[in-house]
Design a protein around this ligand. Structure first.
Ligand code: FAD
Ligand code: NAG
Ligand code: NAG
Ligand code: NAG
Ligand code: NAG
Length: 516
Protein backbone atom coordinates (compact mmCIF):
# COMPACT_ATOMS: atom_id res chain seq x y z
CA UNK A 1 0.00 0.00 0.00
CA UNK A 2 2.82 2.38 0.83
CA UNK A 3 4.41 1.57 -2.47
CA UNK A 4 1.27 2.32 -4.52
CA UNK A 5 0.89 5.56 -2.64
CA UNK A 6 4.36 6.87 -3.32
CA UNK A 7 4.33 5.81 -6.96
CA UNK A 8 0.99 7.51 -7.59
CA UNK A 9 2.37 10.64 -5.97
CA UNK A 10 5.35 10.40 -8.25
CA UNK A 11 3.13 10.14 -11.34
CA UNK A 12 1.22 13.18 -10.17
CA UNK A 13 4.47 15.03 -9.69
CA UNK A 14 5.57 14.11 -13.23
CA UNK A 15 2.28 15.28 -14.70
CA UNK A 16 2.57 18.57 -12.91
CA UNK A 17 6.17 19.15 -13.84
CA UNK A 18 5.43 18.45 -17.50
CA UNK A 19 3.36 21.60 -17.69
CA UNK A 20 5.85 24.38 -16.99
CA UNK A 21 4.32 26.78 -19.46
CA UNK A 22 0.81 26.83 -18.07
CA UNK A 23 2.36 26.93 -14.62
CA UNK A 24 4.32 30.12 -15.02
CA UNK A 25 1.41 31.62 -16.90
CA UNK A 26 -0.86 30.92 -13.96
CA UNK A 27 1.77 32.20 -11.58
CA UNK A 28 1.72 35.62 -13.23
CA UNK A 29 -2.02 35.57 -13.05
CA UNK A 30 -1.92 35.00 -9.32
CA UNK A 31 0.68 37.60 -8.55
CA UNK A 32 -0.73 40.26 -10.82
CA UNK A 33 -4.31 39.62 -11.82
CA UNK A 34 -5.40 38.23 -8.48
CA UNK A 35 -3.74 41.10 -6.67
CA UNK A 36 -5.40 43.57 -9.03
CA UNK A 37 -8.76 41.93 -8.46
CA UNK A 38 -8.25 42.22 -4.71
CA UNK A 39 -7.11 45.82 -4.95
CA UNK A 40 -10.55 47.28 -4.34
CA UNK A 41 -10.04 46.09 -0.75
CA UNK A 42 -7.44 48.88 -0.41
CA UNK A 43 -5.84 47.46 2.70
CA UNK A 44 -2.06 47.31 2.93
CA UNK A 45 -0.21 44.34 4.40
CA UNK A 46 -2.76 41.71 3.51
CA UNK A 47 -1.30 40.30 0.27
CA UNK A 48 2.13 38.67 0.19
CA UNK A 49 4.05 37.08 -2.68
CA UNK A 50 7.37 35.23 -2.38
CA UNK A 51 9.13 38.49 -3.29
CA UNK A 52 7.89 40.16 -0.12
CA UNK A 53 10.30 40.04 2.79
CA UNK A 54 7.57 38.89 5.17
CA UNK A 55 6.30 36.06 2.97
CA UNK A 56 8.41 33.26 4.43
CA UNK A 57 7.85 34.39 7.99
CA UNK A 58 4.07 34.46 7.47
CA UNK A 59 4.07 31.11 5.71
CA UNK A 60 6.05 29.51 8.53
CA UNK A 61 4.17 31.24 11.33
CA UNK A 62 1.52 28.54 11.27
CA UNK A 63 3.13 25.64 9.43
CA UNK A 64 3.20 23.33 12.42
CA UNK A 65 4.65 20.19 10.86
CA UNK A 66 8.31 20.97 10.05
CA UNK A 67 8.13 18.17 7.48
CA UNK A 68 6.33 20.69 5.24
CA UNK A 69 8.73 23.60 5.68
CA UNK A 70 11.50 22.11 3.55
CA UNK A 71 12.74 23.77 0.33
CA UNK A 72 11.14 21.02 -1.76
CA UNK A 73 7.66 21.51 -0.23
CA UNK A 74 5.31 23.15 -2.78
CA UNK A 75 4.77 26.76 -1.69
CA UNK A 76 1.80 29.03 -2.34
CA UNK A 77 2.26 31.77 -4.92
CA UNK A 78 0.62 34.22 -2.59
CA UNK A 79 -0.82 34.48 0.90
CA UNK A 80 -3.82 36.66 1.61
CA UNK A 81 -4.66 37.54 5.20
CA UNK A 82 -8.23 38.91 5.28
CA UNK A 83 -9.15 41.31 8.07
CA UNK A 84 -12.91 40.91 7.83
CA UNK A 85 -15.71 38.90 6.19
CA UNK A 86 -15.89 41.15 3.14
CA UNK A 87 -12.23 40.43 2.39
CA UNK A 88 -12.90 36.68 2.42
CA UNK A 89 -15.83 37.16 0.06
CA UNK A 90 -13.71 39.23 -2.34
CA UNK A 91 -10.90 36.66 -2.29
CA UNK A 92 -13.29 33.83 -3.14
CA UNK A 93 -14.97 35.80 -5.92
CA UNK A 94 -11.61 36.78 -7.46
CA UNK A 95 -10.17 33.27 -7.18
CA UNK A 96 -13.25 31.77 -8.79
CA UNK A 97 -13.26 34.29 -11.62
CA UNK A 98 -9.57 33.73 -12.34
CA UNK A 99 -9.57 29.94 -11.79
CA UNK A 100 -7.15 30.10 -8.88
CA UNK A 101 -6.90 27.20 -6.42
CA UNK A 102 -7.29 28.19 -2.75
CA UNK A 103 -6.23 26.65 0.53
CA UNK A 104 -7.69 27.88 3.80
CA UNK A 105 -5.56 28.03 6.92
CA UNK A 106 -6.61 28.73 10.50
CA UNK A 107 -4.23 27.19 13.03
CA UNK A 108 -2.05 25.32 10.52
CA UNK A 109 -1.97 22.05 12.48
CA UNK A 110 -3.07 19.83 9.60
CA UNK A 111 -0.92 16.69 9.92
CA UNK A 112 -0.30 16.58 6.17
CA UNK A 113 0.07 20.36 5.81
CA UNK A 114 -2.97 20.56 3.52
CA UNK A 115 -3.78 24.12 4.62
CA UNK A 116 -0.49 25.55 3.37
CA UNK A 117 0.93 23.13 0.83
CA UNK A 118 -0.60 21.25 -2.10
CA UNK A 119 0.28 18.31 -4.27
CA UNK A 120 -2.80 18.75 -6.44
CA UNK A 121 -4.27 22.07 -7.51
CA UNK A 122 -1.00 23.92 -7.96
CA UNK A 123 -0.31 26.79 -8.21
CA UNK A 124 -2.34 27.96 -5.25
CA UNK A 125 -3.03 30.81 -2.85
CA UNK A 126 -3.36 30.48 0.93
CA UNK A 127 -6.16 32.36 2.64
CA UNK A 128 -4.69 32.71 6.12
CA UNK A 129 -7.29 33.62 8.73
CA UNK A 130 -4.89 34.38 11.56
CA UNK A 131 -5.92 38.05 11.67
CA UNK A 132 -9.56 37.13 12.35
CA UNK A 133 -9.51 36.14 15.99
CA UNK A 134 -12.54 37.74 17.62
CA UNK A 135 -14.07 35.75 20.47
CA UNK A 136 -17.34 36.96 22.02
CA UNK A 137 -18.62 35.18 25.10
CA UNK A 138 -22.29 35.71 25.98
CA UNK A 139 -22.93 34.21 29.42
CA UNK A 140 -26.60 35.16 29.35
CA UNK A 141 -27.05 33.19 26.13
CA UNK A 142 -24.67 30.45 27.36
CA UNK A 143 -22.73 30.65 24.11
CA UNK A 144 -19.64 32.00 22.40
CA UNK A 145 -19.07 33.23 18.83
CA UNK A 146 -15.48 32.58 17.78
CA UNK A 147 -13.83 33.56 14.52
CA UNK A 148 -11.98 30.65 12.97
CA UNK A 149 -8.57 32.38 13.07
CA UNK A 150 -8.72 32.23 16.88
CA UNK A 151 -7.00 29.35 18.64
CA UNK A 152 -8.95 27.11 21.01
CA UNK A 153 -6.65 28.44 23.76
CA UNK A 154 -7.92 31.97 23.15
CA UNK A 155 -11.49 30.70 23.37
CA UNK A 156 -10.71 28.82 26.61
CA UNK A 157 -9.19 31.94 28.10
CA UNK A 158 -12.08 34.23 27.12
CA UNK A 159 -14.64 31.76 28.51
CA UNK A 160 -12.75 31.25 31.79
CA UNK A 161 -12.26 35.00 32.15
CA UNK A 162 -16.04 35.42 32.34
CA UNK A 163 -16.83 32.56 34.73
CA UNK A 164 -15.15 29.77 36.65
CA UNK A 165 -18.12 27.46 36.33
CA UNK A 166 -18.53 27.29 32.56
CA UNK A 167 -16.19 25.68 30.10
CA UNK A 168 -16.13 24.53 26.54
CA UNK A 169 -15.37 21.04 25.30
CA UNK A 170 -12.30 21.64 23.15
CA UNK A 171 -9.00 19.92 22.57
CA UNK A 172 -6.05 18.96 24.73
CA UNK A 173 -3.67 21.02 22.61
CA UNK A 174 -4.32 24.76 23.01
CA UNK A 175 -2.76 26.20 19.83
CA UNK A 176 -5.16 24.55 17.35
CA UNK A 177 -7.17 26.84 15.06
CA UNK A 178 -10.94 26.95 15.49
CA UNK A 179 -11.27 26.49 11.70
CA UNK A 180 -9.81 23.02 11.29
CA UNK A 181 -10.47 21.80 14.83
CA UNK A 182 -14.25 22.15 14.83
CA UNK A 183 -14.62 21.20 11.14
CA UNK A 184 -13.12 17.77 11.91
CA UNK A 185 -14.75 17.12 15.31
CA UNK A 186 -12.47 18.30 18.10
CA UNK A 187 -12.06 16.38 21.35
CA UNK A 188 -10.48 17.12 24.70
CA UNK A 189 -10.79 15.98 28.31
CA UNK A 190 -14.51 16.86 28.43
CA UNK A 191 -15.23 14.34 25.64
CA UNK A 192 -16.97 11.72 27.78
CA UNK A 193 -19.15 14.29 29.50
CA UNK A 194 -20.07 16.69 26.68
CA UNK A 195 -18.92 15.14 23.40
CA UNK A 196 -16.94 16.84 20.65
CA UNK A 197 -16.70 20.55 19.97
CA UNK A 198 -18.60 19.85 16.74
CA UNK A 199 -21.44 18.32 18.81
CA UNK A 200 -21.74 21.67 20.56
CA UNK A 201 -21.96 23.99 17.54
CA UNK A 202 -25.29 25.84 17.34
CA UNK A 203 -24.64 28.22 14.42
CA UNK A 204 -21.94 29.13 11.92
CA UNK A 205 -21.08 31.68 9.25
CA UNK A 206 -19.57 30.42 6.03
CA UNK A 207 -18.49 31.91 2.68
CA UNK A 208 -19.58 29.61 -0.15
CA UNK A 209 -17.99 29.30 -3.60
CA UNK A 210 -20.07 32.20 -4.93
CA UNK A 211 -18.71 34.46 -2.24
CA UNK A 212 -22.02 34.64 -0.36
CA UNK A 213 -22.12 34.62 3.43
CA UNK A 214 -24.52 32.05 4.86
CA UNK A 215 -25.55 31.26 8.40
CA UNK A 216 -27.28 28.15 9.76
CA UNK A 217 -30.65 29.28 8.49
CA UNK A 218 -29.56 30.27 4.99
CA UNK A 219 -27.17 27.37 4.42
CA UNK A 220 -29.80 24.84 5.46
CA UNK A 221 -29.63 21.91 7.89
CA UNK A 222 -27.87 19.56 5.44
CA UNK A 223 -24.88 21.87 4.93
CA UNK A 224 -24.90 22.76 8.63
CA UNK A 225 -24.68 19.02 9.35
CA UNK A 226 -21.79 18.50 6.90
CA UNK A 227 -19.53 21.28 8.17
CA UNK A 228 -19.67 19.97 11.76
CA UNK A 229 -17.23 17.09 11.44
CA UNK A 230 -16.96 16.52 7.68
CA UNK A 231 -13.42 17.92 7.78
CA UNK A 232 -12.05 21.32 6.76
CA UNK A 233 -11.59 22.58 3.24
CA UNK A 234 -14.51 20.85 1.47
CA UNK A 235 -17.53 23.14 1.66
CA UNK A 236 -16.43 26.74 2.01
CA UNK A 237 -14.52 29.06 4.28
CA UNK A 238 -15.99 29.05 7.77
CA UNK A 239 -15.79 32.57 9.18
CA UNK A 240 -17.00 31.81 12.70
CA UNK A 241 -18.69 29.24 14.90
CA UNK A 242 -21.28 29.72 17.62
CA UNK A 243 -20.69 27.18 20.37
CA UNK A 244 -22.63 26.20 23.49
CA UNK A 245 -20.94 26.68 26.84
CA UNK A 246 -21.11 23.80 29.32
CA UNK A 247 -21.17 23.77 33.14
CA UNK A 248 -17.98 22.75 34.96
CA UNK A 249 -17.47 22.59 38.74
CA UNK A 250 -15.42 25.37 40.36
CA UNK A 251 -13.00 22.66 41.47
CA UNK A 252 -11.83 19.82 39.24
CA UNK A 253 -9.12 17.25 39.94
CA UNK A 254 -6.22 15.96 37.83
CA UNK A 255 -3.61 13.24 38.18
CA UNK A 256 -0.69 11.80 36.19
CA UNK A 257 0.40 8.34 37.27
CA UNK A 258 3.21 6.58 35.39
CA UNK A 259 3.67 2.80 35.29
CA UNK A 260 6.62 1.18 33.57
CA UNK A 261 6.65 -2.36 32.21
CA UNK A 262 8.49 -3.44 35.37
CA UNK A 263 5.71 -1.96 37.47
CA UNK A 264 3.15 -4.18 35.78
CA UNK A 265 2.08 -1.89 32.91
CA UNK A 266 0.72 -4.78 30.83
CA UNK A 267 -1.85 -5.99 33.34
CA UNK A 268 -2.85 -2.46 34.29
CA UNK A 269 -3.39 -1.42 30.66
CA UNK A 270 -5.35 -4.62 30.06
CA UNK A 271 -7.68 -3.61 32.88
CA UNK A 272 -7.86 0.05 31.75
CA UNK A 273 -9.29 -1.09 28.43
CA UNK A 274 -12.17 -2.76 30.24
CA UNK A 275 -13.03 0.09 32.60
CA UNK A 276 -12.08 3.45 31.03
CA UNK A 277 -15.12 3.68 28.74
CA UNK A 278 -17.47 2.60 31.56
CA UNK A 279 -16.36 5.09 34.19
CA UNK A 280 -18.65 7.82 35.44
CA UNK A 281 -18.97 10.47 32.69
CA UNK A 282 -17.24 12.96 35.01
CA UNK A 283 -14.02 10.99 34.71
CA UNK A 284 -11.62 10.97 31.74
CA UNK A 285 -8.46 8.86 32.08
CA UNK A 286 -6.20 8.65 29.05
CA UNK A 287 -2.93 6.81 28.59
CA UNK A 288 0.31 8.07 27.06
CA UNK A 289 2.71 5.33 26.06
CA UNK A 290 6.31 6.30 25.43
CA UNK A 291 9.83 5.13 26.00
CA UNK A 292 11.62 6.35 29.11
CA UNK A 293 14.95 4.64 28.51
CA UNK A 294 16.42 2.18 26.03
CA UNK A 295 15.05 -0.75 27.94
CA UNK A 296 11.55 0.08 28.97
CA UNK A 297 8.30 1.80 28.10
CA UNK A 298 6.15 3.86 30.35
CA UNK A 299 2.37 4.19 30.40
CA UNK A 300 1.21 7.42 31.97
CA UNK A 301 -2.39 7.64 33.16
CA UNK A 302 -3.51 11.23 32.79
CA UNK A 303 -6.89 12.23 34.15
CA UNK A 304 -9.42 14.99 34.49
CA UNK A 305 -12.24 14.53 37.00
CA UNK A 306 -15.17 16.95 37.25
CA UNK A 307 -15.25 16.87 41.05
CA UNK A 308 -13.02 16.66 44.12
CA UNK A 309 -10.25 14.31 45.23
CA UNK A 310 -12.27 12.23 47.70
CA UNK A 311 -14.88 11.09 45.21
CA UNK A 312 -12.21 10.55 42.55
CA UNK A 313 -10.09 8.27 44.76
CA UNK A 314 -13.23 6.35 45.70
CA UNK A 315 -14.28 5.84 42.05
CA UNK A 316 -10.78 4.77 41.04
CA UNK A 317 -10.25 2.40 43.93
CA UNK A 318 -13.56 0.71 43.26
CA UNK A 319 -13.32 0.48 39.46
CA UNK A 320 -9.58 0.48 38.80
CA UNK A 321 -7.69 -0.49 41.99
CA UNK A 322 -4.83 -1.88 39.86
CA UNK A 323 -3.56 1.67 39.29
CA UNK A 324 -3.22 2.20 43.04
CA UNK A 325 -4.27 5.86 42.95
CA UNK A 326 -3.49 7.75 46.15
CA UNK A 327 -4.79 11.07 47.46
CA UNK A 328 -1.29 12.53 47.09
CA UNK A 329 -1.40 11.88 43.34
CA UNK A 330 -4.40 14.18 42.96
CA UNK A 331 -4.41 17.95 42.49
CA UNK A 332 -7.46 20.16 42.77
CA UNK A 333 -7.72 23.28 40.61
CA UNK A 334 -10.04 25.33 38.39
CA UNK A 335 -11.06 24.04 34.96
CA UNK A 336 -8.81 26.53 33.10
CA UNK A 337 -5.89 25.46 35.31
CA UNK A 338 -6.57 21.86 34.32
CA UNK A 339 -6.36 22.91 30.66
CA UNK A 340 -2.92 24.40 31.40
CA UNK A 341 -1.89 21.37 33.47
CA UNK A 342 -2.60 18.80 30.77
CA UNK A 343 -0.53 20.91 28.34
CA UNK A 344 2.30 20.71 30.88
CA UNK A 345 2.57 24.45 31.48
CA UNK A 346 4.44 25.05 34.77
CA UNK A 347 2.12 26.18 37.55
CA UNK A 348 3.52 29.71 37.63
CA UNK A 349 2.54 30.40 34.00
CA UNK A 350 -0.77 32.32 33.96
CA UNK A 351 -3.58 31.24 31.58
CA UNK A 352 -3.21 34.58 29.76
CA UNK A 353 -0.24 32.99 27.98
CA UNK A 354 -2.89 31.26 25.84
CA UNK A 355 -3.54 34.62 24.16
CA UNK A 356 -0.04 34.43 22.67
CA UNK A 357 -1.20 31.56 20.41
CA UNK A 358 2.24 29.92 20.53
CA UNK A 359 2.35 26.49 18.86
CA UNK A 360 2.92 23.93 21.58
CA UNK A 361 4.53 21.33 19.36
CA UNK A 362 7.02 22.03 16.56
CA UNK A 363 8.61 18.92 15.13
CA UNK A 364 8.94 16.90 12.02
CA UNK A 365 6.21 14.31 12.56
CA UNK A 366 3.98 11.63 11.14
CA UNK A 367 0.85 10.44 12.93
CA UNK A 368 -1.93 7.90 12.38
CA UNK A 369 -5.08 6.81 14.17
CA UNK A 370 -7.24 3.79 14.97
CA UNK A 371 -10.34 2.98 16.97
CA UNK A 372 -10.59 -0.08 19.22
CA UNK A 373 -13.90 -1.83 19.94
CA UNK A 374 -12.58 -5.04 21.56
CA UNK A 375 -10.18 -5.36 24.46
CA UNK A 376 -6.64 -6.16 23.28
CA UNK A 377 -5.37 -9.27 25.11
CA UNK A 378 -2.19 -9.17 27.17
CA UNK A 379 -0.36 -11.16 24.51
CA UNK A 380 -1.30 -8.47 21.98
CA UNK A 381 0.08 -5.76 24.24
CA UNK A 382 3.30 -7.70 24.69
CA UNK A 383 3.81 -7.89 20.93
CA UNK A 384 3.17 -4.15 20.76
CA UNK A 385 5.81 -3.38 23.41
CA UNK A 386 8.32 -5.40 21.43
CA UNK A 387 7.85 -3.33 18.30
CA UNK A 388 7.73 -0.03 20.16
CA UNK A 389 10.98 -0.84 21.96
CA UNK A 390 12.70 -1.16 18.58
CA UNK A 391 11.59 2.35 17.57
CA UNK A 392 13.54 5.53 18.04
CA UNK A 393 10.76 7.72 19.49
CA UNK A 394 7.58 5.69 19.90
CA UNK A 395 4.52 7.49 21.20
CA UNK A 396 0.93 6.32 21.45
CA UNK A 397 -1.99 8.10 23.04
CA UNK A 398 -5.08 6.13 23.99
CA UNK A 399 -8.19 8.23 24.59
CA UNK A 400 -11.20 6.65 26.30
CA UNK A 401 -14.68 6.84 24.76
CA UNK A 402 -18.02 5.87 26.29
CA UNK A 403 -20.09 8.34 28.31
CA UNK A 404 -22.11 10.68 26.09
CA UNK A 405 -20.11 9.52 23.04
CA UNK A 406 -22.05 6.23 23.19
CA UNK A 407 -25.39 8.00 23.32
CA UNK A 408 -25.01 10.35 20.35
CA UNK A 409 -26.18 8.56 17.16
CA UNK A 410 -23.55 7.85 14.48
CA UNK A 411 -25.32 10.04 11.96
CA UNK A 412 -25.94 12.97 14.30
CA UNK A 413 -22.99 14.74 12.64
CA UNK A 414 -20.45 13.30 10.13
CA UNK A 415 -18.13 12.04 12.95
CA UNK A 416 -19.25 8.39 13.27
CA UNK A 417 -16.99 6.81 15.90
CA UNK A 418 -19.49 6.50 18.75
CA UNK A 419 -21.27 3.62 20.49
CA UNK A 420 -19.08 0.58 21.06
CA UNK A 421 -15.76 2.38 20.72
CA UNK A 422 -13.64 1.61 23.79
CA UNK A 423 -10.88 4.03 22.91
CA UNK A 424 -9.06 5.82 20.11
CA UNK A 425 -5.40 5.21 19.41
CA UNK A 426 -3.10 7.90 18.11
CA UNK A 427 0.37 6.91 16.89
CA UNK A 428 2.97 9.67 16.67
CA UNK A 429 6.54 9.61 15.52
CA UNK A 430 8.43 12.90 15.85
CA UNK A 431 11.99 13.77 14.95
CA UNK A 432 14.25 16.82 14.59
CA UNK A 433 16.74 15.70 11.95
CA UNK A 434 15.12 15.88 8.49
CA UNK A 435 17.37 13.08 7.24
CA UNK A 436 15.59 10.69 9.63
CA UNK A 437 12.17 10.96 7.98
CA UNK A 438 12.15 7.59 6.18
CA UNK A 439 13.22 5.72 9.28
CA UNK A 440 10.52 7.30 11.45
CA UNK A 441 7.77 6.97 8.90
CA UNK A 442 8.54 3.31 8.35
CA UNK A 443 8.59 2.70 12.12
CA UNK A 444 5.15 4.17 12.66
CA UNK A 445 3.75 2.21 9.71
CA UNK A 446 5.17 -0.96 11.23
CA UNK A 447 3.34 -0.45 14.54
CA UNK A 448 0.16 0.42 12.61
CA UNK A 449 0.46 -2.78 10.58
CA UNK A 450 0.96 -4.80 13.73
CA UNK A 451 -2.22 -3.33 15.26
CA UNK A 452 -4.40 -4.45 12.30
CA UNK A 453 -5.55 -7.54 14.20
CA UNK A 454 -6.77 -5.58 17.21
CA UNK A 455 -8.52 -2.52 15.79
CA UNK A 456 -11.72 -1.85 13.82
CA UNK A 457 -12.02 -3.48 10.41
CA UNK A 458 -14.10 -2.74 7.26
CA UNK A 459 -13.69 0.04 7.57
CA UNK A 460 -10.57 0.46 9.67
CA UNK A 461 -11.83 3.66 11.30
CA UNK A 462 -9.68 6.81 11.50
CA UNK A 463 -10.10 10.37 12.84
CA UNK A 464 -10.29 12.95 10.05
CA UNK A 465 -8.49 15.54 12.16
CA UNK A 466 -5.50 13.17 12.25
CA UNK A 467 -5.19 13.55 8.50
CA UNK A 468 -3.26 10.67 6.97
CA UNK A 469 -2.46 10.52 3.25
CA UNK A 470 -1.22 6.92 3.64
CA UNK A 471 -4.86 5.89 3.59
CA UNK A 472 -5.35 7.38 0.14
CA UNK A 473 -6.13 10.40 -1.99
CA UNK A 474 -9.39 11.05 -3.80
CA UNK A 475 -10.67 7.65 -2.73
CA UNK A 476 -14.21 6.54 -3.45
CA UNK A 477 -13.98 2.77 -3.01
CA UNK A 478 -15.46 0.95 -0.03
CA UNK A 479 -12.16 0.85 1.82
CA UNK A 480 -11.20 4.43 1.00
CA UNK A 481 -10.27 7.09 3.53
CA UNK A 482 -13.80 8.44 3.15
CA UNK A 483 -15.35 5.42 4.90
CA UNK A 484 -12.52 5.23 7.42
CA UNK A 485 -13.16 8.81 8.50
CA UNK A 486 -16.95 8.92 8.13
CA UNK A 487 -18.34 5.38 7.72
CA UNK A 488 -21.74 5.58 5.98
CA UNK A 489 -21.94 9.32 6.55
CA UNK A 490 -19.50 9.57 3.63
CA UNK A 491 -22.40 8.94 1.19
CA UNK A 492 -24.37 11.81 2.69
CA UNK A 493 -21.34 14.09 2.71
CA UNK A 494 -20.80 13.47 -1.02
CA UNK A 495 -24.44 14.27 -1.80
CA UNK A 496 -24.28 17.53 0.13
CA UNK A 497 -20.91 18.44 -1.39
CA UNK A 498 -22.27 17.87 -4.91
CA UNK A 499 -25.25 20.10 -4.25
CA UNK A 500 -23.46 22.86 -2.38
CA UNK A 501 -20.11 23.06 -4.23
CA UNK A 502 -20.87 21.41 -7.58
CA UNK A 503 -17.78 22.94 -9.27
CA UNK A 504 -15.55 21.43 -6.57
CA UNK A 505 -14.08 24.86 -5.94
CA UNK A 506 -13.04 23.92 -2.40
CA UNK A 507 -10.84 20.88 -2.78
CA UNK A 508 -7.66 19.22 -1.55
CA UNK A 509 -6.06 15.78 -1.54
CA UNK A 510 -8.72 14.44 0.84
CA UNK A 511 -11.66 16.77 0.35
CA UNK A 512 -15.11 15.23 -0.04
CA UNK A 513 -15.40 14.07 -3.68
CA UNK A 514 -18.39 14.95 -5.87
CA UNK A 515 -20.81 12.20 -6.86
CA UNK A 516 -19.73 11.03 -10.34
C1 FAD B 1 0.22 19.16 18.19
C2 FAD B 1 -1.18 18.79 17.82
C3 FAD B 1 -2.09 18.48 18.82
C4 FAD B 1 -3.41 18.15 18.51
N1 FAD B 1 -4.29 17.87 19.52
C5 FAD B 1 -5.58 17.63 19.22
C6 FAD B 1 -6.55 17.45 20.26
O1 FAD B 1 -6.24 17.51 21.44
N2 FAD B 1 -7.85 17.22 19.91
C7 FAD B 1 -8.24 17.18 18.60
O2 FAD B 1 -9.42 16.98 18.34
N3 FAD B 1 -7.34 17.34 17.60
C8 FAD B 1 -6.04 17.58 17.88
N4 FAD B 1 -5.15 17.77 16.86
C9 FAD B 1 -5.61 17.68 15.46
C10 FAD B 1 -6.30 18.95 15.02
O3 FAD B 1 -7.65 18.92 15.46
C11 FAD B 1 -6.28 19.10 13.50
O4 FAD B 1 -4.97 19.15 13.04
C12 FAD B 1 -7.07 20.33 13.05
O5 FAD B 1 -7.42 20.19 11.71
C13 FAD B 1 -6.28 21.60 13.26
O6 FAD B 1 -6.99 22.74 12.86
P1 FAD B 1 -6.15 24.04 12.42
O7 FAD B 1 -7.11 25.11 12.10
O8 FAD B 1 -5.10 24.30 13.43
O9 FAD B 1 -5.41 23.50 11.13
P2 FAD B 1 -5.31 23.98 9.60
O10 FAD B 1 -4.09 23.29 9.10
O11 FAD B 1 -5.36 25.45 9.50
O12 FAD B 1 -6.62 23.38 8.95
C14 FAD B 1 -6.91 22.00 8.90
C15 FAD B 1 -7.87 21.71 7.74
O13 FAD B 1 -9.06 22.50 7.86
C16 FAD B 1 -9.17 23.43 6.78
N5 FAD B 1 -9.59 24.71 7.35
C17 FAD B 1 -8.89 25.50 8.21
N6 FAD B 1 -9.60 26.58 8.52
C18 FAD B 1 -10.77 26.51 7.84
C19 FAD B 1 -11.91 27.34 7.76
N7 FAD B 1 -11.99 28.50 8.43
N8 FAD B 1 -12.93 26.96 6.95
C20 FAD B 1 -12.86 25.82 6.25
N9 FAD B 1 -11.80 24.98 6.30
C21 FAD B 1 -10.76 25.32 7.09
C22 FAD B 1 -7.80 23.49 6.16
O14 FAD B 1 -7.87 23.86 4.80
C23 FAD B 1 -7.30 22.07 6.36
O15 FAD B 1 -7.87 21.22 5.41
C24 FAD B 1 -3.82 18.10 17.15
C25 FAD B 1 -2.90 18.43 16.15
C26 FAD B 1 -1.59 18.77 16.47
C27 FAD B 1 -0.61 19.09 15.37
C1 NAG C 1 -13.94 45.28 5.58
O1 NAG C 1 -12.91 46.23 5.34
C2 NAG C 1 -13.12 47.02 4.18
C3 NAG C 1 -11.91 47.90 4.00
O2 NAG C 1 -10.85 47.13 3.49
C4 NAG C 1 -14.39 47.83 4.33
O3 NAG C 1 -14.64 48.55 3.14
C5 NAG C 1 -15.55 46.89 4.59
O4 NAG C 1 -16.72 47.61 4.83
C6 NAG C 1 -15.26 45.99 5.80
N1 NAG C 1 -16.33 45.02 5.95
C7 NAG C 1 -16.85 44.72 7.13
C8 NAG C 1 -17.91 43.69 7.14
O5 NAG C 1 -16.46 45.25 8.16
C1 NAG D 1 6.87 42.51 8.26
O1 NAG D 1 8.04 42.23 9.00
C2 NAG D 1 8.50 43.32 9.76
C3 NAG D 1 9.83 42.93 10.38
O2 NAG D 1 9.78 41.62 10.91
C4 NAG D 1 7.44 43.70 10.79
O3 NAG D 1 7.85 44.80 11.54
C5 NAG D 1 6.14 44.00 10.08
O4 NAG D 1 5.11 44.25 11.02
C6 NAG D 1 5.74 42.86 9.19
N1 NAG D 1 4.55 43.22 8.44
C7 NAG D 1 3.47 42.44 8.43
C8 NAG D 1 2.34 42.92 7.61
O5 NAG D 1 3.39 41.38 9.04
C1 NAG E 1 10.17 38.87 -8.04
O1 NAG E 1 11.57 38.94 -8.03
C2 NAG E 1 12.19 38.44 -9.21
C3 NAG E 1 13.69 38.53 -9.05
O2 NAG E 1 14.09 38.36 -7.74
C4 NAG E 1 11.72 39.23 -10.43
O3 NAG E 1 12.27 38.65 -11.61
C5 NAG E 1 10.19 39.21 -10.50
O4 NAG E 1 9.75 40.04 -11.56
C6 NAG E 1 9.58 39.66 -9.20
N1 NAG E 1 8.13 39.49 -9.26
C7 NAG E 1 7.27 40.41 -8.88
C8 NAG E 1 5.83 40.06 -9.00
O5 NAG E 1 7.62 41.46 -8.42
C1 NAG F 1 20.23 3.63 23.39
O1 NAG F 1 20.22 2.94 22.14
C2 NAG F 1 20.79 3.67 21.07
C3 NAG F 1 20.63 2.84 19.80
O2 NAG F 1 19.33 2.41 19.65
C4 NAG F 1 22.24 3.98 21.39
O3 NAG F 1 22.79 4.77 20.35
C5 NAG F 1 22.34 4.71 22.72
O4 NAG F 1 23.69 4.89 23.06
C6 NAG F 1 21.64 3.96 23.82
N1 NAG F 1 21.62 4.77 25.03
C7 NAG F 1 21.83 4.28 26.26
C8 NAG F 1 21.76 5.24 27.38
O5 NAG F 1 22.07 3.11 26.44
Amino acid sequence: MQKTMSSSRFVLFLLLSLAPFSFSHQKDQIQETFHECLSNIQTPNTFFTPNDTNFTQILKSRAINLKFRTPSTPKPDAIFTPLNETHIQTAVICAKKLGIHLRTRSGGHDYEGLSYTAVMGRPFVVIDLSKMQDVNVDLADNSVWAETGATIGQVYYRVAEKSKTVGIPGSICTSLGMGGLVAGGGYGSLLRKYGLLADNVVDARIVNSNGDILDRKSMGEDVFWAIRGGGGGSFGIIISWKLKLVPVPATVTVFDVPKTLEQGATKILYKWQQVASNFDEDLFVRVLISRTSNKTLSTTYQALFLGGTDRLVQIMNTGFPELGLKKEDCFEMSWIESVMHIMEYPKIVPPSVLLERKPSFLNYFKAKSDFVREVIPESGLEGMWKIMLEDESPLMIWNPYGGIMSKIPESSIPFPHRNGVLFKVQYVSAWMDPAMEDKHVSEIRKVYDYMTTYVTKSPREAYVNYRDLDIGMNGKSDDSWGFKYFKDNFHTLRKIKTKFDYSNFFSHEQSIPLID
